[in-house]
Design a binder for this molecule. Structure first.
Ligand SMILES: [Zn+2]
Length: 280
């Protein structure tokens, strides 16, 4: 699933679209099979002739901004990706849900195999900022410098104290953009066992975790994210961050640092991977 780094890479590679004028935004025939898109085509006609002025990232969301008031909130879900179409006759991807045709190429396709993504109009930027998943978001794990004070503050929330750190760390209200992959890798880098209760973590460990989060997320951005099955940046290339993962998806393999077998457990219904020797 695309996490903050994959969404950030997507945003960066969509940059050539900024300043371009929209000819038409089209929802595909396939998308009309799903209630969230069905019957919505006419609402997208408003964007004809609009100039795209920015694509912002907020956690795992992209906010498409135009010179008029309306915005499009876009989430890549489990399998979403954007592809830039360089030629008019280039064929569409088989899971295309939406297309943005600009007056000049490249055009852009939103492809989403598993259909958990979001491509939704909001009446204004102000209104989208009030949308709960955006409004309640925690620190941006990719913020530079890493907002350590606010991270420590949010971490202190009483409702986290008796929960396991591996379960808490994917809460978007703590670190926006964090998901299962980089949670496991950040905890491995900070040498913290994911089953530890938050209240048992010392201030030093919390700080180390904050630094590990920042380092891990940025290293992933530098590698164009992680690709396990579907993720691609808009140029069609796959990410390569999976090549340096220490623990994610490596259960049954030997830890690179100590040789102990990496184990997989389930926390809150989601897999967590770690080395019980290196992570205490
Ligand atoms: Zn180890």
């Amino acid at each position: 699933m695309p996490e903050g780094p994959e969404v950030e890479c997507t945003r960066r590679y969509l940059h050539p679209l900024i300043g371009k004028t929209v000819k038409k935004i089209q929802l595909t025939e396939l998308s009309q099979k799903y209630p969230k898109y069905a019957g919505k085509q006419q609402d997208f006609y408003w964007f004809d002739g609009q100039q795209l002025i920015d694509i912002e990232r907020s956690g795992k969301f992209l906010i498409w901004r135009f010179d008029g008031e309306k915005v499009i909130l876009n989430h890549l879900g489990m399998s979403g990706k954007w592809i830039l179409l360089k030629k008019n006759n280039q064929s569409l991807t088989s899971h295309a849900k939406a297309l943005i045709y600009f007056e000049k190429q490249p055009h852009a396709i939103f492809d989403d195999i598993r259909n958990f993504g979001q491509f939704k109009i909001f009446e204004s930027y102000k209104i989208v900022l009030k949308y709960d998943p955006i409004r309640k978001m925690g620190i941006d794990g990719l913020a530079k410098p890493f907002p350590m004070d606010e991270f420590l503050l949010r971490f202190n929330k009483p409702n986290y104290a008796s929960k396991e750190i591996g379960a808490v760390l994917v809460d978007q209200k703590l670190v926006a953009g964090m998901g299962n992959i980089y949670k496991a890798e950040s905890l491995a880098l900070a040498k913290i066992n994911p089953t530890r209760l938050v209240k048992t973590l010392t201030k030093k460990e919390r700080k180390e975790l904050g630094l590990a989060i920042s380092k891990t997320l940025w290293k992933a951005v530098d590698c164009n994210g992680s690709t396990f099955s579907t993720f691609q940046i808009p140029t069609g290339q796959e990410g390569s961050a999976q090549h340096w993962h220490k623990v994610y998806g490596k259960h049954g393999e030997a830890c690179q640092d100590c040789g102990t077998e990496i184990i997989r457990i389930v926390q809150n219904g989601r897999s967590t991977f770690f080395c019980s020797e290196c992570q205490k």
